[in-house]
Design a protein around this ligand. Structure first.
Ligand code: FAD
Length: 317
């Protein structure tokens, strides 16, 4: 079922989770162990992130180095199939521009359609680890909107091979990313919103936000979106802080602020367990307020911390 239909039919805020594919070498059981307790909350859908490959230098026996390409977290499409089969839940794979040409993307979309996936979250992806700015793959998409248009083409039966006439029309519901604190490359929020609005005009049916730790940032963002004519559902993305290290890692990686109150409380914690407690309580407060405000979905980035998410979500249902 499409995410947008889940939202339309819901009487209250829905719950959804985002997971990462396991590191190469681990089995699908690591995903089930992670998700099993969370399934008690009957998530409407589960997102599975996509990870581009990276270049690493491996030392050879003769002491020289060779540059090899590795994808540390493969398996997004397979995990979606496994989740749908194992839990009977809708899976939402992320699709990225970075590292893929349009043919590979089309093949992935065909695979997703064949296994019964109804939704995709389309993203540009970040710069590769060895690059300072995002470089599209040769023959690939440059921005999320280009990828979105490719999905829409398939939804209209238009394939890259021009000789495919009357091709089967897929029917993907397309989600996109939004940034309450602005995407870090955008000169200002207004410009960022103009690009978001273009994604909506091109067919995006809902937005999932970057994580934020101050709900006011989300409320202000929604208000600005509505004022700019963006009317589709805006799903808040939520993540707990679970270690002191994250106070610097999260702002550096995701370009979001951590409010004074939260960072002070975490700095004053004596043990890891104390940090987790503060992180859980903050997540719970954020979740309660957002639910009260009637958000369509509470979307949790589980990122290896299902217990913390479990403890917060069980308090709000
Ligand atoms: P875009 O919408 O393409 O925007 C990128 C930047 O370009 C923005 O600054 C925007 O303002 C600007 N822009 C947009 N369109 C144009 C245009 N036509 N011309 C000029 N400028 C333009 N990354 C992964 O690698 N894998 C994942 O699974 C993943 N999941 C994510 C899930 C969520 C909910 C979020 C919020 C992010 C996720 N990311 C993921 C990270 C994401 O790929 C990065 O934030 C990336 O830098 C931007 O992606 P985007 O889709 O927002 O890009």
């Amino acid at each position: 079922m499409k995410v947008i239909d889940h939202i339309r039919q819901a009487k209250d805020s829905l719950i959804s989770f985002e997971i990462l594919p396991p590191l190469k070498g681990k089995t699908i059981n690591s995903i089930y162990e992670h998700l099993d307790p969370l399934m008690e909350f009957k998530p409407a859908f589960i997102n599975v992130t996509y990870h581009r490959s990276e270049h690493v230098f491996k030392k050879k026996a003769d002491g020289t180095f060779e540059k090899v390409e590795v994808r540390k977290r493969p398996g997004t499409v397979g995990i979606c199939a496994a989740l749908m089969n194992h839990y009977r839940v809708d899976a939402v794979p992320h699709l990225i521009c970075g590292g893929f040409n349009k043919r590979e993307t089309e093949d992935a979309l065909i695979d997703l359609h064949f296994i019964g996936v109804d939704n995709v979250l389309v993203l540009r992806g970040d710069a590769a680890k060895n690059e300072t700015v995002f470089e599209p793959e040769k023959g690939g998409n440059s921005y999320a909107i280009d990828l979105l248009k490719q999905v829409q083409n398939l939804n209209n039966g238009v394939y890259l091979e021009e000789d495919i006439r009357d091709g089967f029309r897929t029917n993907f519901c397309i989600g996109v990313a939004g940034y309450p604190e602005k995407h870090f490359e955008a000169p200002n929020l207004q410009t960022d919103l103009a690009f978001l609005k273009a994604k909506v005009a091109a067919g995006a049916e809902y937005v999932v936000t970057q994580m934020f730790f101050d709900n006011q940032k989300y409320f202000d963002f929604v208000k600005r979106c509505r004022e700019s004519g963006i009317t589709i559902p805006i799903i808040p993305g939520l993540k707990p802080i679970t270690s002191k290290k994250q106070l610097s890692v999260i702002p550096r990686t995701f370009h979001v602020d951590i409010p004074d109150d939260l960072s002070n409380e975490i700095m004053n914690c004596k043990t890891d367990a104390d940090v987790e407690k503060v992180g859980t309580e903050w997540l719970l407060l954020q979740s309660k307020e957002l639910k009260k405000a009637g958000v369509p979905v509470l979307h949790y980035y589980t990122l290896g911390k299902p217990k913390v998410i479990y403890n917060a979500v069980k308090e709000i249902l």
